[in-house]
Design a binder for this molecule. Structure first.
Ligand code: NAD
Ligand code: LMR
Length: 330
């Protein structure tokens, strides 16, 4: 029997592949827990509304006790009105041979308009996870069009990169993922990202020295950074269930907190920490306490890390400048 007030959750791209995994996890209580009902708002474009209705029918057919209501709409204003959480998934995905930069112009306008709708009508505690690519810059665009919403309420999904890094490392070490802590993926959700295990421990003991710089530079970093492309090449379409799982992880930790001193990776508007650029949505080590993300401060950065972080931040700056040139931000 549920006991707390329902949470209103908007999912855009509701007829798409990621949403098909994400919505059922939300409806099962994986973000808000077993006592909190969810009011699901499904937003998609007019031509996809019928398919979104089919997804809603399937959610109904699961007879899930936490589903308070399901609304389907092609109207962003209605979709975000009173929303406590928004998963901005809806966008054109990257196909074979496409670079993420090709998506900037195609998807940027979507996030400008949705930022405006969130600013106009979302609840005061709105939490936004941008999944649609290029996720960091789309989150940047949305937050720039929501001046009444605190910047820290706009995040982009880099938990998938974080989870990929954890999994690759666990395999290399023959360690359970649960024993690993202190991974961070700096920068952009793109091939320039820097998955960094400099601070990583296994059951409290440092692991980095035993991994070898060659393995880290030549195998681990490119494998994690190019995993999205590898999935597209092997699977024939971009990651879906793993992306949905990571989006759930990110929102759950945001709402419920990260344990103790542990951190995770979140892309959020930087305050300039670690030589990143203020305002730009950047992957950083973050803890969640009291329902807010806090960037972990004071980690030492060596020359190798500095060069990698700077390269990814440079790409984010070029994306920021490109969307400005396209008229998508002031
Ligand atoms: P998909 O093509 O299966 O679904 C996208 C859906 O978005 C479609 O139903 C489409 O109609 C809808 N849509 C398009 N424009 C919209 C708008 N203006 N408002 C609402 N809905 C709209 O794609 P998918 O596989 O679900 O991927 C969605 C996005 O997520 C892509 O941009 C993809 O590149 C990205 N992605 C990000 C990550 C990450 O880690 N950040 C991982 C995987 C995929
Ligand atoms: C992923 O990381 O799987 C997605 O962002 C797909 C992509 O376009 O790289």
């Amino acid at each position: 029997m549920s006991s707390t007030a329902p949470v209103t959750v908007t999912v855009t791209g509701a007829a798409g592949k990621i949403a098909y995994s994400l919505l059922f996890r939300l409806a099962s209580g994986l973000v808000y827990g077993p006592d909190t009902p969810v009011r699901l708002r499904l937003l998609d474009i007019p031509s996809a509304v019928t398919a979104a209705e089919g997804v809603a029918m399937e959610i109904e057919d699961c007879a899930l006790p936490l589903v308070d209501s399901i609304e389907i709409t092609d109207d962003a204003t209605a979709a975000f009105d009173g929303a406590n959480a928004a998963f901005l998934v809806g966008a054109m995905p990257r196909g074979k041979g496409m670079e993420r930069s090709d998506l900037l112009s195609a998807n940027g306008a979507i996030f400008r308009d949705q930022g405006r709708s969130i600013n106009a009508g979302a609840a005061d505690d709105i939490r936004v996870v941008v999944v649609g690519n290029p996720a960091n810059t789309n989150a940047y665009i949305a937050h720039r069009h929501a001046p009444d919403v605190p910047a820290g309420r706009f995040t982009a999904l880099m938990r998938l990169d974080h989870n990929r890094a954890l999994s690759q490392l666990a395999t290399r070490l023959g360690a359970p993922v649960a024993e690993l802590d202190g991974v961070v993926v700096w920068g952009n959700h793109s091939a320039t990202q820097f998955p960094d295990v400099s601070y990583t421990t296994r059951a409290g003991e440092p692991v980095t020295a035993g991994l070898g710089r060659d393995w880290l530079a030549d195998t681990f970093i490119p494998r994690v950074a190019n995993r999205g492309s590898e999935i597209i090449a092997v699977r024939g379409s971009s990651s879906a269930a793993s992306a949905a799982g990571a989006a759930v992880d990110q929102m759950r930790d945001w709402v419920h907190g990260t344990p103790g001193e542990s951190w995770t990776t979140v892309a959020l508007p930087s305050d300039g920490q670690y030589g990143t650029v203020p305002g730009v949505v950047t992957g950083l080590p973050c803890r969640s306490h009291g329902g807010e993300w806090e960037v972990v401060e004071g980690l030492e950065i060596d020359d190798f890390q500095r060069a990698r972080i700077d390269a990814s931040v440079a790409e984010l700056i070029s994306e920021r400048d490109a969307v400005h040139a396209l008229g998508l931000t002031d």
